[in-house]
Design a protein around this ligand. Structure first.
Ligand code: MOS
Length: 693
């Protein structure tokens, strides 16, 4: 048996690439069964209150209008574990933009017109939508997102802080951020007898099936959720969203297939967002830069609908050891849309604050910021004391410094000029936890080739391609002998594409099923009988023992910026990341993931941010004309590299996740470069020109 893995690691092109660029790949809103109706939601017009009257007569008079669903007559849902999905179940309005009615019509245009003609009266109540660091409603939650403890304390921070000879104390803010995948959330639902069949854009259709079955009182076998192609999600499709529930309700009511594609303007209020954070970081160190006191206090908001706490103080429990530390989350329940996952929840904003503070500490100690991080690189995970399965941060910092040309950098801020431009460079670290969930998969030998079945979701990452590589490797077969089938809840159950855990979780099951199949073929003397052979695998029992190690990926991000002293515009000239993420399974798609993440981090640093309107209670920037994301013209000289990392404590492929790592630390690297260029510390993202001038 060969231990070489010639298929893994190579730059295989996306299997569905041609389908995507030729338009043959179809997304959820592009499935139109005969007789399909279109639906549009009516968003709540107050920030808090109750609906007191509903008048649908004008809406139903619109030519082509078929039905209007409201809380008065919509199908009743069973209770579920996500209150965000309990739409049209009562007159209460928990935030502006909450869906309060659904218009269904023969055409998209008629649905829009009918939705606009629904007349609702409200009893509005006082609302509070504005997060402040001293908001009276702030409380310390038991848990932050991801099951992380809300508060962790070690030693005596205050005493150590008082004694520390070098101190940095700063507050960093990140505004609300929106996921805005290219493909908006969409569902096409139909009922056939007692069965519910949905084409839905999501990050994991096994979970959508389970949720729909629960809400509509069905057995899971009565529900099929197809998710063949997805145009991005960034976490906003990691859980089922109201459009899939509404489409299924409307299809049940009308007896016809119903399609609901959320307009981008409605997404901000109903698909989650990255909650704003106000983060205070205090670092106390010796003159040698070694940290003795560390505090990260992250203030954020959640909604009246449910508690979601952006776990921004969590990476401080992983990065640097301090004998005295306090990492705390505090949250206020406001009358705002419900926040949720956005690419690297916790790490993206948290590492912005922590890595900006580290840069300030380097300055205060008179140390190079790369050297400061090397001096504080711990041998075991600070919070748990567990050994790292592998920790490649130091190698990433050194390799990044070499590639970027960091050596000999003049640390003085504000001294490099090119005409009206000020130039500077900055560095920051990146980290993301390694997560793995149980998955199942099936492998079949038939018709001279192999079929591999797993309900994985390719949200644009290349998951389909990488899984085929993993299968070919485990089967010792050429890649073109493997047909991979993903994207339907009728396939073997699998976890979502989220938490950078997809490839590891699905791949483990695929690897196991394929190895089992190969063993069965061996039992048959190396030949496949006419009827074919198959093997199923489930990894639920294989994940035990992983908790003996702290498992994280790491990286180092280097940025060079120019700041225009006339316009205040900051541009990133170069962005270079070096990452340590176990074995890289497909160099092409991995590079795309990392570059994509870094681009999103650049965007977070310079462009992205929205504001909650205090009077109206929803986001002001709810389209791509007002919510700016980086375009190609904003990105110059971007490079993602990785170091070889052999880690036997991960999964059979030896891989760590890479979907989120690239977005972590980027904003801090850009901000630190901004300071190096200008000598000014800006601690509030994004670095818009109005703050610079
Ligand atoms: Mo990612 S925010 O875990 O989909």
């Amino acid at each position: 048996m060969s231990t070489r893995r010639p298929v893994l690691g190579t730059s295989v092109e996306r299997l569905e690439g041609r389908d995507k660029v030729t338009g043959r790949a179809r997304y959820a809103a592009e499935h139109t069964p005969p007789g399909t109706l279109c639906a549009q939601t009516v968003p709540a017009g107050v920030a808090r209150g109750r609906i007191t009257a509903v008048d649908t007569s004008d809406a139903l008079a619109v030519p082509g209008a078929v039905a209007v669903l409201t809380h008065e007559d919509a199908p009743r849902l069973r209770p579920g574990d996500d209150p965000v999905l309990q739409v049209l179940q009562g007159p209460g309005v928990p935030h502006r933009g909450w869906p309060v009615a659904l218009a269904v019509a023969e055409t998209f245009e008629a649905a829009c017109e009918a939705a606009a003609a629904v007349r609702l009266s409200y009893a509005a109540e006082e609302h509070d939508c504005v997060l402040t660091a001293d908001h009276p409603g702030l409380y310390a939650p038991e848990q932050a997102n991801g099951g992380n403890p809300g508060t962790r304390v070690r030693g005596d921070f205050e005493a150590a802080w008082e004694r520390a000879p070098v101190r940095v104390d700063g507050t960093w803010t990140v505004p609300p951020l929106h996921n805005h995948p290219m493909e908006p959330h969409a569902s096409t639902a139909r009922w056939e007898g007692g069965r519910l069949i949905v084409h839905d854009s999501n990050q994991g259709s096994s979970a959508v099936r389970r949720t729909l079955a629960g809400l509509f009182g069905l057995d899971e076998e009565q529900v099929t959720v197809v998710t063949e192609h997805v145009g991005g999600g960034f976490g906003s499709k990691g859980t089922p969203r109201p459009q899939v529930v509404l489409a299924a309700m409307a299809a049940r009511r009308t007896g016809r297939p119903v399609k609901l594609a959320l307009p981008r303007r409605q997404m901000a209020a109903v698909v989650g967002h990255r909650a704003p954070t106000v983060q205070r970081v205090r670092l106390g160190a010796g003159h040698d830069g070694v940290i003795r006191a560390l505090e990260h206090d992250a203030v954020t908001h959640t909604s009246a609908v449910k508690e979601f706490v952006e776990q921004a103080a969590v990476p401080a429990r992983v990065m640097y050891t301090s004998p005295h530390s306090r990492t705390v989350h505090r949250v206020a329940r406001l009358d705002v849309p419900t926040p949720s996952w956005m690419r690297a929840p916790g790490e993206a904003p948290g590492m912005y604050a922590l890595e900006s503070a580290m840069d300030e500490l380097a300055g205060a100690c008179g140390l190079d910021p790369v050297e400061l991080r090397l001096r504080n690189d711990p041998g075991t995970e600070p919070d748990s004391g567990l050994p790292f399965s592998s920790r490649g941060l130091a190698r990433c910092l050194r390799e990044g410094a070499r590639r970027f040309g960091w050596e000999g950098r003049d640390p003085r801020p504000g001294v490099r000029r090119e005409g009206p431009l000020l130039l500077g460079t900055g560095v920051a670290a990146s980290t993301y936890p390694v997560m793995t969930s149980p998955s199942s998969a099936e492998a079949r030998a038939e018709d001279g080739g192999y079929r591999v079945l797993v309900n994985a979701t390719d949200i644009g990452t290349g998951a389909r391609t990488v899984l085929a590589q993993i299968a070919a490797d485990a089967l010792c077969a050429p890649l073109d002998a493997v047909r991979i089938e993903i994207g339907s809840s009728d396939l073997p159950r699998a976890p979502l594409a989220g938490g950078s855990s997809g490839t590891a979780s699905w791949g483990w099951a695929v690897d196991k099923a394929c190895r089992a199949l190969r063993a069965r073929i061996g039992e048959h003397g190396g030949t496949v009988p006419k009827a074919g052979l198959s093997a199923r695998a489930d990894t639920a029992g294989d994940l035990a023992g992983l908790e003996e190690f702290a498992r994280h990926s790491f990286g180092a991000q280097f940025a060079e910026v120019q700041v225009d002293t006339r316009t205040g515009e900051t541009r990133v000239r170069r962005l270079l990341g070096v990452f340590a993420a176990g074995r890289i399974l497909n160099a092409r798609t991995a590079r795309s993931q990392l570059v994509g993440g870094m681009t999103m981090g650049l965007s977070m640093a310079l462009l992205e941010g929205s504001t909650v309107d205090a009077a109206f209670g929803d986001f002001v920037e709810s389209d791509l004309a007002s919510y700016h994301v980086a375009t190609c013209a904003d990105v110059h000289g971007i490079e993602a590299h990785w170091v070889e990392e052999e880690d036997p404590h991960l999964n059979p492929m030896g891989s760590k996740g890479i979907g989120e790592l690239g977005v972590v630390g980027t904003a801090a690297a850009v901000g630190n470069a901004f300071h190096h260029a200008t000598g000014v510390r800006l601690r509030d993202l994004p670095l818009h020109p109005d703050k610079v001038l």
